[in-house]
Each structure stands twice: as structure tokens, then as C-alpha cells.
Design a protein around this ligand. Sequence first.
Ligand code: FES
Ligand SMILES: [Fe+2]
Length: 371
Amino acid sequence: MPELDSPQRQTPDSLMLPGFWYRALPADRVQRNQLHQAALLEIPLVVGRDRQGQAFALRDACPHRGMPLHDGHFDGARVECPYHGWTFDARSGQCQLIPSLTADQDLRVDRIYAGSFPGEEQDGFVWVYIPEPGPQGAGFTKPAEASHPAPQVKKFSGKCKLAYLTADMPVSVDHGIIGLMDPAHGPFVHQAWWWRSRHSIHEKHKNFEPIPNGFRMSAHTPSSNSAPYKLLRLYAAADSITTTIDFVLPNLRSETIRAGKFWFSSLTTVTPITRNHCRIDVVAAWNIFRWVPFGPELLKFVFAKFVEQDRRTMEMQAEGLKHNPHLMLIDDADRPAKWYFQLKAAHLEAKRTGGEMKHPMAGPVTLKWRS
Ligand code: FES
Ligand SMILES: [Fe+2]
């Protein structure tokens, strides 16, 4: 009997996970000496790049009266609030000046902080680390430190090309993620004459295995009706092509396709912006198509088309979700989605108890579906 399960069993508080790095903005949009608005996990941020070219992120609310700092003045090192001119160090968020203080008023200005977040640039994106919420007492919290570096796209040779795509989705991060790992929508959403139609649906068997904080679709020859496979067939023998797809909490999907010395790799993230809004960013790196003039454009065209089809689908889905309908997850096509919810629950449980995270998968499994 296939199991039925409801994705709505999630409590709303488990929707967005702190304690991880998230992509905030494409790095090429963040110019030196400029401030940009961004948001992650419902936290308003001001993201900028200082005089040295280093990216930073501050909470976009002045600790004095909550004024958005992105409207303030930035000289390349310090951000000045547009309301009363309090001035903060861009990287640490430490207050450096309160213009209204008189010489004999000894308020310790340097104890005040506009919340700051660790920032890192990786593969063309500014990543921001969102720490576990600290004790209340905002305004005096020193910058948090990340326990690990920001994730990277896997690369298998020095010389490679890099490109990114980004799309806003009007749904929660959970719908964004389960939409991404869902094999059954392909023939319906991603139809194209040069790729496949619903008539190409056939039964598939895929092996999955547990990996730390996630699961892997084990290395296999890509399905004959997938786009990367069709492109790679131009370069390598069909049976030398293998692909591996990993999902790792909180939101990382990485896909690696290898064909002899050629490789194509992507890291896709679904970033929670607010409860009902997420963003999908795909960063791809490859060493194929280097000699073909139209190669990268073709690839971007294919991926842009895919992402746009998913975006339009989620826009329609958001209409349906407005009325909070009952939902279900079925075996086996929705099993990866179930693992995702179970991984999240296990992660939260481990944090609550301080113990080891119990992986929801006992070992390798084969899933079957038609797509
Ligand atoms: S609100 Fe920012 S200085 Fe007063
Ligand atoms: Fe899709």
C-alpha cells in the first residue's frame, strides 16, 4: 500500500532554519560603496561592499528607532542612519558616533551594535550566515561567527566557466524545495518539442543513499529524456556519462555530471526570503562546450527555460495554496519530499536535545516512478 502523508504536518516554526549560510544576492549586483536591500528568513538586511571590495550584511533596522539603514549614507566604511545620524562600522555593526551626545555625556557608544552577519563571496553570490537567534537584548549583540564556510559548487578542474540564474517564487521554501526534487512534474511542466513530451513517460528505478544531512541519488546514467544528457551525448559515449544528485539541508541541491574528462556541475539553492516567498538560484560550472561558440548560451537557454517553467508553475500553485487546501505526499514519487521533511524534523530534534541527528534513512533504497 502506498503511504499517504501530509506536507502540512509541519509546524510553521520549522519552516526556515537558522544556523546556515544562505545566498543573499548575486555578487555582480553589489557594487563598491553601495547599499542594497535584501531579506533572508524574514530578516531585513542591508548588503553592501566596502572600499576594500569586501561584502557585508547588517540588519536593516537602526538599533535606535528601527529606521531602515539602506536609505542611509555609506562612505565605503561606515553606514550613517538617515534619522539621527548614528554611524555604524559596516563590517562589525559597531556604533561609532551618536551626533546628539554632548561632550560631558558618557554613553558607551561602542557597546551599541546594528546587528551584523558574517558575509562571504562564493561562485558569484554574496552568502550571508544566519545564526541561531541569540538572547533578546538587540542593540548590544556582537557579530556572530559562522562555524563552517559557505558552500561551493563542486569543480573538477582548474579551468571552467561559471554562470548563474535566479528566479523569485511566491511560495514557501518547503514548496520550492519539494518542487525541485519532485520527479513527477517533468513531463507535464517541462514539455518542449526538442526535449520531451508527456508521451515519453516511462518507468524509472533510481537508487538513493543517505549522506550526512541529506540524501543522494546514486551515480547513474542520466535518463535518456533529460536535457543535460542530450547535450552531453554530443561530447561523449552514452555509457560513459554518469550523474549524481545530492540534497543537503537546509536547501542545497548539487548535481554532477561526468563524461570522461568533461564535467558539468551545479549548485541550486532555494532560499527562504519570507514565509511565503522563496528564491531559486542556480549556479553552474562546467568545462564542456569550451570550444563551441554557442555552448554556454545554449546551456543558459535550456536552464532559463526550465527555471521559468518552474516559476510559472509555482505562481499558479500559490493561487491554490491561498485557501490552505489539504495536501498529500505519495510513494514513491514524493518519497524524496518526505525525506526532506524528516531530515528537517531530525535536525530540529537534535538541536533541541543537543544530541546527534538521527538520519531518517536506514540505508540505500530504490524508488520507482513513471516520468
Ligand atoms: S533611528 Fe537611526 S539614528 Fe535614530
Ligand atoms: Fe522543475
